[in-house]
Design a binder for this molecule. Sequence first.
Ligand code: FAD
Length: 343
Amino acid sequence: MPYSLLPHNTFGIDATCDEFLEYHSEAECLEIAQRLADGHTPWLPIGAGSNLLFLSRHYGGCVVHNAIKGIECVEEDDEKIVLRVGGGEVWDDVVACCTQRGWHGLENLSLIPGETGAAAVQNIGAYGAEVADHIVKVEGVYICPEVTTAVLNHDECHYGYRQSIFKQELKDVFLVTRVWLRLSKHFTPHLSHKAIAGKLMAMGISPQQATALQMREAIISIRQEKLPDPKQTGNAGSFFMNPVVPTALAGSIMAKYPDMPHYDAGTGEGRPLVKIPAAWLIEQCGWKGKNLGRAGVNPRQPLVLTNLGGASGNDIAALATTLQHDVKEKFGIELHPEVRYIL
Ligand SMILES: Cc1cc2nc3c(=O)[nH]c(=O)nc-3n(C[C@H](O)[C@H](O)[C@H](O)COP(=O)(O)OP(=O)(O)OC[C@H]3O[C@@H](n4cnc5c(N)ncnc54)[C@H](O)[C@@H]3O)c2cc1C
């Protein structure tokens, strides 16, 4: 009997899979890993499915979900605390708990959907913060070349912009079980994103004086104004990564579009690089608020593609391909999906 994945993906794609397995402990994770290790059954690790796009109506394999809960303190002094968090904990519950208890650093990552294990896979980020800055280590289970538990320290996770070893070499060979986070007992508001200070002032709060709880409230309010709620409108947040291009290419575009937003992105292969908001590129191509069949481009945030009701994964992918084509043709820039396509 096919298992419905409708409650397991925020795009609201009505897909099914052969089997759905959940692990609540390391022992259960090892058992599942032993079963899958023969390589006969395709398998897919998922969290809350908030960054997945199921292309087919049926995934012919086993979907594996981490349901390990718990937040335990493993180290503490006057300055900091180190927490060992079950990968199945809802990410925003962890942020809420830490903010309330006076353990700081995660406030700007409030209200990001999904679970803690996936947060460490994705290196989630928002409003000038990234979870990698707080990750001490990640525990998990290798499924191949042989089934074994492992702990990767921060440097071994190879974190970058929305990147980690779990999305590269260890993709679908490693199941995350728990994540260790180091947080500070002192709060300093992280105000690098201009929208935050504006929101705090609109709330009647001086940005530099904001408390951690006020900061979390401001971030939640900004996100609720800007992003569609997946419970109302199927979506997976930012569909594409913001492209990073050589300064020379950005300069040639700016000769024609002097108002193009752009941010310094360091250097790559000895060349200075610039990050350009993908939302701006999509908007310039005239797609903001438009749709292709049942797949839409959000009118407030064009980086978010939506299921207008009854869209298939292929409908969403067709819209994404069209946007990639139009942006490439107009600006010579490749857009790469942040969302993971599942065949
Ligand atoms: C409205 C909305 C807003 C969003 N805003 C942001 C944002 O501001 N910043 C941001 O970074 N992201 C954002 N996202 C994307 C998404 O929330 C993150 O990518 C999140 O970390 C995905 O978590 P998940 O539990 O849903 O993982 P899933 O989507 O289920 O999986 C994500 C990836 O992790 C892998 N994975 C999941 N669990 C495990 C595990 N236990 N072991 C190994 N691999 C695993 C999956 O195979 C997949 O490759 C947003 C999404 C939505 C819908």
